[in-house]
Design a protein. Structure first.
Length: 200
């Protein structure tokens, strides 16, 4: 049993204020594309956002839209809300700016978590990608003291949990396209990725 979470907060400053989650991608809003993917292996879907209104007429009613307990605490605050309210022990967390999330990668991460880890994170080209990780919902208790210290980065959590990693070699050998960790930070990123894939 797996909960799927999309973090859709942030000011989108480098997108000229445009919501990355609602960018057209493959004929549908990016967040809808992500939800369609996650639905294949998740029986609960959650969107965390500081403003639910733009999503109410975009996502299916089965998707839970929640807001932060700790406002203005960035992605770590959003993750705390999601883990606190998730129904299942294992939670797949992605960012709303990741157009190529991978079901296969998530399945491999979940399989590894079941060995007893509190979180399992992809490691691509030596870099940790906390978004697209699988977390135990009990990690919420580790997040609260970090938020009280003013921390906003999900990476700060990784020093406080029993974490496993899956490296790129293992992922490639198991049929995962490493593009799954790509994200859109700027208008230029969006144009380049959408043009390259021909999916705008």
């Amino acid at each position: 049993m797996l909960s799927g979470v999309i973090l859709a907060g942030g000011a989108n400053r480098r997108m000229n204020g445009e919501l990355k989650a609602l960018l057209p991608f493959g004929g549908k809003p990016l967040i809808v594309r992500q939800l369609d993917c996650m639905r294949e292996i998740c029986d609960e879907l959650i969107v965390v956002t500081n403003d639910p209104k733009p999503y109410l007429n975009k996502v299916d009613r089965s998707v839970r839209i929640i807001t932060d307990y700790f406002t203005d605490h960035g992605p770590l605050g959003g993750m705390h809300a999601a883990l606190s309210l998730a129904k299942h022990d294992s939670v797949w967390v992605v960012g709303c700016d990741m157009p190529f999330i991978s079901i296969r990668a998530a399945q491999l991460l979940l399989q590894r978590k079941l060995d007893g880890f509190e979180s399992v994170i992809p490691v691509v080209a030596g870099e940790l990608y906390p978004l697209h990780g699988i977390y135990d919902r009990a990690c919420a208790s580790h997040i609260v003291p970090l938020l009280h210290r003013g921390e906003t980065r999900i990476s700060a959590l990784l020093n406080h949990v029993f974490m496993g990693g899956l490296g790129d070699r293992f992922l490639l050998e198991n049929g995962v396209d490493l593009n799954f960790v790509s994200n859109i930070k700027t208008v230029e990123d969006y144009e380049a990725i959408a043009h390259k894939k021909g999916v705008r």
